[in-house]
Design a protein around this ligand. Structure first.
Ligand code: GDP
Ligand code: MG
Length: 470
């Protein structure tokens, strides 16, 4: 795997096609009926409608039900029949189901609906959306793997249904199933190689003195807006950087798009936070409803969050308490674990006013209180979110302080005989951003170092090794 292949995974955010808002009145848009069921609260179809619209469907009706799950259709039989009539009357090409259907439920519902009506459950819809956003080889591979993992149990069901007359035909031995299993293995291998490359690149970036920061959170939480706000103004808006943290070639103005996924790749920019030089990685948002297996396919995002020196967990303060909690849980269950620190952030503070913010903090803390430490081992780190507004700048200084405090830091003071060797060591340390102060005292140079522990240690070693000029 060449470095170039991996580099495409961190793309220039400006080079992709302009995200297009699907036109609700588009006569060619596929007509879809939305269906949703929930055990408790009445189903809220806002998000699934937005996702359907983003995927290019015109939603022409909906059916909802409060009821426990029915094994056959998920909906109760009566509701399922109502859905069938509505789909027929509306001439719907698809039923979009707000939830995951088992393979059996998918087939049963498909049999009940008018011929040719596609059954698209939430995971399938999300995969369709991701398909539009796949913008690099790595993203394509991730998407392929997620799709194959989604399709495999459905294919097994289809094979089992075909074979129900013939007990000798088991899905396990079916060539189509074997083929998908083989493709899953090969996609996993390819992604392993890409992941190895990314790990090597992280090590290089750290050795060059950069702290690695990642933004994580639900789709639409405000991550990308915050990333641009925190980024150094290389040109206008904190343009993406290449492997060395230098401005990437071929950068242009960045489009801020109000749609679920601008891109499936991560985008990294330089950001100076406190006196630290950091690389800030903006990630694809998490989204409810992808099965765990599929979520794990989107490794680039999850990996950059897990391995960051500091992960900012962005939570939208303008969501109502139930949504805030749901999205927080979805994000945490995707992240699972982190190696570095987590700094929780309540975004869009400008939108809610001070009362609204107090409510959001309360809802957030209540959601964190309800967490099981086994589900989120970093529960304690999630307390006391920092309210910010990327729009009006509220809280950004507090956020910078919190991040700077969270970064791994070592300090050292070294004196070396002044001369070429000391100057070379000093310049090495300057390049990596770990020189806090320099004093020239006669024949010696006294240096205070502060920054990444590994880099400070290496700078100290070089300065100590500087031999006196002869
Ligand atoms: N009022 C307000 N809106 C924001 C703020 N940050 C982001 N938004 C809006 O929230 C939406 C999602 O933002 P985006 O950064 O794309 O979210 P992402 O999906 O997490 O990257 C966009 O419409 C933004 O304009 C903020 O600080 N205040
Ligand atoms: Mg974004």
């Amino acid at each position: 795997m060449s470095r170039d292949d991996d580099a495409t995974n961190e793309r220039d955010a400006s080079s992709g096609p302009e995200p297009s808002e699907p036109d609700a009145a588009d006569p060619d848009a596929a007509r879809a009926v939305v269906a949703a069921r929930s055990d408790g609260e009445p189903p809220d179809t806002t998000e699934i409608r937005e996702l359907a619209a983003a995927a290019g469907y015109a939603v022409v009706g909906e059916v909802t039900q409060r009821r426990r799950e029915d094994p056959t259709y998920d909906l109760g039989r009566g509701k399922a029949e109502e859905l069938m009539r509505l789909a027929a009357d509306a001439g719907a090409e698809a039923v979009i189901y707000d939830g995951g259907l088992s393979p059996g439920q998918t087939f049963s519902l498909g049999d009940l609906l008018p011929a040719g009506t596609a059954v698209i459950d939430r995971p399938r819809l999300v995969l369709e959306l991701f398909a539009d956003a796949a913008d690099s080889r790595a993203a394509d591979r991730q998407l392929e793997l997620a799709r194959l993992r989604y399709e495999l149990p459905r294919l097994r069901e289809a094979v089992a249904r075909d074979a129900s007359e013939d007990v000798r035909l088991q899905p396990e031995g079916d060539s189509r199933v074997l083929d998908v299993e083989k493709r899953i293995e090969s996609a996993e291998r390819a992604l392993d190689e890409i992941a190895d490359d990314r790990a090597a690149r992280r090590a290089e970036r750290r050795a060059a003195g950069f702290d690695l920061i990642a933004l994580a959170g639900y789709t639409n939480a405000g991550k990308s807006t915050l990333a641009r706000r925190l980024a150094d103004e290389v040109d206008e808006a904190g343009d993406p950087v290449d492997d060395n943290g230098d401005p990437a070639a071929d950068v242009g103005p960045l489009a801020v798009a109000d749609r679920p996924f601008e891109t499936l790749s991560t985008t990294t920019r330089r950001a100076t936070i406190g006196d630290r030089r950091t690389l800030l990685t903006d990630t694809v948002g998490f989204l409810d409803g992808l099965p765990h297996e599929s979520v794990r396919s989107f490794r680039a995002t999850i990996e950059s969050v897990r391995t960051a020196d500091c992960a900012l967990l962005v939570v939208d303060a303008s969501d109502d308490p139930a949504d805030l909690r749901r999205k927080l849980l979805a994000s945490l269950s995707a992240i699972e674990t982190t190696e570095g620190h987590v700094v929780p952030v309540l975004s869009k503070a400008d939108e809610v006013g001070s009362d609204g913010l107090a409510d959001a903090v309360e809802a957030y803390e209540a959601a964190v209180d309800g967490l099981d430490p086994r589900d989120a081992p970093f529960v304690d780190a999630l307390r006391s979110p920092i309210p910010v507004s990327a729009r009006d700048g509220t809280g950004l200084a507090d956020l910078a302080d919190a991040v700077a405090d969270a970064l791994p830091t070592a300090t050292a003071s070294v004196s070396a005989p002044n001369g070429g060797a000391a100057q070379a060591a000093l310049s090495w340390a300057y390049d990596r951003g770990v020189v806090a102060s320099v004093d020239y005292e006669g024949e010696t140079v006294a240096v205070d170092l502060a920054g990444r522990p590994d880099v400070v240690a290496e700078a100290e070693r070089r300065l100590n090794g500087a031999v006196p000029p002869s």
